[in-house]
Design a protein around this ligand. Structure first.
Ligand SMILES: [Zn+2]
Length: 82
């Protein structure tokens, strides 16, 4: 039996690879240890931990974003999609 934390780590790895090993927000290169899950729709707003609702952010960005919806945070740092 595989522990849930292993799945979590694999998921993180997959997302991190999909983002080219970079933080979704600031574009800084991060490793698995410095990577945190970020919810596109915050958990408190009904978001889930599905891959489609998650991205990888460095700790700094994750902390700065807090429970802010992703769109609002992107606006606050002057970024938009694409
Ligand atoms: Zn970042």
């Amino acid at each position: 039996m595989t522990a849930p934390s292993v799945y979590r780590r694999r998921k993180k790895m997959r997302l991190l690879m999909a983002q080219g090993g970079k933080c979704f927000y600031c574009g800084r290169s991060i490793n698995l240890l410095g990577a945190t899950f970020d919810h596109i729709v915050p958990k408190c707003k009904g978001g889930t931990l599905r891959l489609s609702n998650a991205c990888i952010a460095c700790r700094k960005c994750n902390q700065a974003k807090g429970a802010m919806p992703q769109a609002d945070y992107l606006k606050s740092i002057g970024r938009t999609y694409g």
